[in-house]
Design a protein around this ligand. Structure first.
Ligand code: HAM
Length: 429
């Protein structure tokens, strides 16, 4: 007995069989359509990038713990992209002279991160990234927040099922320095403490806070500020509010698009102001569906030009968990609408001619590849989800006819070949 290689995909990666792929494609196409309705155009790029583009500003978690790196035969240090943002910043920098700003781009790519696989987390996931480049206006945020709600609506979600939680690093810094009294050198540490806020018990947070030099009183003020909701913004100086796109949105009619939440920090170092995440309200799914923010200096890694960016990544794993939890998954499409079945081998050519006409008319049509009993082929067509079969038999064919059987009702009729496409169209409708 020979030893076979394992058939399971690498841990944390997934095979997508056609049934699942059909469901995914239906959902993704609805999303592409909505995104394009806002004027975003699709781009793509390589899965391999120089490792250093992630080491610069993506944050320690990605760079030190999650990056898949390799050295090519020429000794170059490469990485499988863990995210798209550094790549798109590179592409914008490389093409800035040709582009007309503001630029609205989207892509749909697979990303790799070395993480512990768990609900909502895998090692290869697919992200739709949507980003706008070249504007500091809060209108960029508003447009993308509107788009997110449209995307959710396109997949059948309603506002009570999810929440878009947004924060601004400028506001957070204002709270930490002005209200809590955190020294500038400790801002990063305390931000990472806030990032863990919902995952750890209070005692642990207090202890970590003390380790960062927060007094009990400061920790209390931090806790109170994080709980205060939007009211805390009233305690910030006008100069801080002025610099924040999110603060503008919260004071405008667009305020209903988001929920202000100072607990949203996000791990990436490149974000400069607005940060946000979209969450399922069902506690079964505690990982974000969308994550994004504003990055004003990332393109600056590649160019002297200052080109601010703002956008998000939406992950497939959490999206499909969400759709499943809320009963919103579409059904897979059948393999074919019509199966054309010749009753003996001499009629294959005739069956192919008939199938050709039906395909011309836009129907997904199959013909058997090997002769099998009619009953078997009928069973196969039924399993494949076909709505109709066209049986090509010797006598009918010599009279210029075929037999059409509706697989759901079992009704059967003899049809003249030239009128077959119309019959099938009516039958499928
Ligand atoms: P992110 O929050 O790391 O942001 O990822 C965006 C989304 O991708 C998450 O909300 C989640 O749905 C999904 N995701 C991330 N990691 C995993 C994983 N290991 N398994 C399953 N799903 C995952 C970014 O990547 C930013 N580059 C997004 C961005 C675009 N910011 C601005 N523009």
């Amino acid at each position: 007995m020979s030893q076979h290689l394992p058939t399971a995909p690498y841990r944390g990666t997934r095979d997508f069989l056609p049934g699942e792929m059909s469901v995914r494609q239906q959902v993704f196409h609805r999303l592409y359509e909505v995104i394009e309705r806002f004027g975003f155009v699709r781009y793509d790029g390589p899965i391999l990038e120089s490792a250093e583009i992630y080491e610069a500003k993506s944050g320690r978690e990605i760079a030190d713990l999650q990056l898949y790196t390799l050295t090519d035969r020429g000794g170059r240090r490469l990485a499988l992209r863990p995210e798209m943002t550094p790549s798109v910043a590179r592409m914008i920098a490389a093409n800035a002279n040709k582009l007309q700003f503001p630029v609205r781009w989207y892509c749909h790519v697979n990303c790799h991160r070395y993480e512990r696989p768990q609900r909502g987390r895998v090692r290869e996931h697919w992200q739709i990234n949507v980003d706008t480049f070249g504007s500091d206006s809060a209108n960029v945020e508003i447009e993308i927040f509107e788009l997110i709600h449209e995307m959710m609506s396109a997949v059948g979600a309603t506002r009570d099922m999810y929440v878009l939680r947004a924060n601004d690093r400028i506001l957070l810094e204002g709270i930490l320095t002005g209200i809590v009294g955190v020294p500038a050198g400790r801002l990063k540490d305390v931000s990472s403490l806030i990032d863990r806020w919902e995952k750890y018990p209070r005692e642990q947070l207090a202890e970590d806070g003390a380790g960062m030099g927060l007094s009990d009183e400061q920790f209390g003020r931090l806790e109170a500020s994080l709980k205060a909701g939007e009211e805390i913004l009233g305690d910030l100086p006008a100069e801080v509010i002025e610099r924040s796109q999110l603060a503008k949105i919260l004071q405008s009619p667009a305020r209903d698009l988001v929920t202000f939440d100072p607990l949203i920090v996000r791990a990436f170092e490149y974000y400069t102001s607005t940060v946000f995440e979209v969450f399922d309200r069902d506690p079964a799914n505690n990982r974000s569906l969308f994550g994004g923010g504003r990055y004003s200096d990332l393109v600056g890694l590649f160019s002297d030009k200052r080109i601010p960016g703002f956008g998000f990544g939406m992950g497939d794993v959490t999206l499909f968990d969400f759709l499943d939890t809320h009963g919103l998954l579409p059904k897979p499409r059948p393999e074919a609408d019509v199966a054309v079945i010749p009753t003996d081998e001499s009629l294959y050519e005739a069956a192919r001619t008939v199938a050709g006409q039906l395909r011309q008319a836009g129907h997904r049509t199959t013909v058997p590849l090997e002769p099998r009993k009619l009953g078997k082929e009928l069973g196969r067509a039924d399993k494949a989800g076909a709505s109709a079969v066209v049986i090509v038999g010797p006598e009918d064919w010599s009279a210029g006819n075929v037999v059409v059987r509706h697989l759901v009702t079992g009704e059967q009729q003899t049809v003249n070949v030239p009128s077959l496409p119309d019959t099938i169209r009516d039958l499928l409708a």
